[in-house]
Design a protein. Structure first.
Length: 103
């Protein structure tokens, strides 16, 4: 979950200059979008795996006590954290713009 704390991507949709993306990637916009889509899928899968592993901890701890499952504040906080994360496409674009990935 460390990589999720360092994300500086916008939560809301923002318009990005296509020329800026092309300069950063060194490719045309269509190739850039295809590559960013693959990167965003990997990011999304990593986020899902991380979330499922955290939720699995709760299900193991609360197997016998159904009442506690609905009132677990830590689980609610975890869910809120993941709900507030930017979309994986925004993350991949921000990584490109920040120079964290090379295409």
């Amino acid at each position: 979950m460390n990589f999720l704390r360092d994300i500086d991507a916008p939560i809301n949709t923002e318009t990005i200059d296509r020329v800026q993306l092309e300069k950063k990637s060194g490719k045309n916009i269509y190739e850039t979008i295809c590559i960013l889509e693959k990167i965003s899928q990997k990011i999304n899968n990593r986020i899902k795996e991380d979330l499922y592993s955290k939720l699995e901890e709760f299900s193991i701890l609360n197997k016998n006590n159904l009442e506690e499952i609905f009132e677990n504040k830590e689980q609610i906080e975890l869910s809120r954290f993941y709900e507030k994360l930017p979309k994986s496409t925004s993350i991949s674009i921000q990584y490109l713009l920040d120079g964290k990935i090379k295409i």
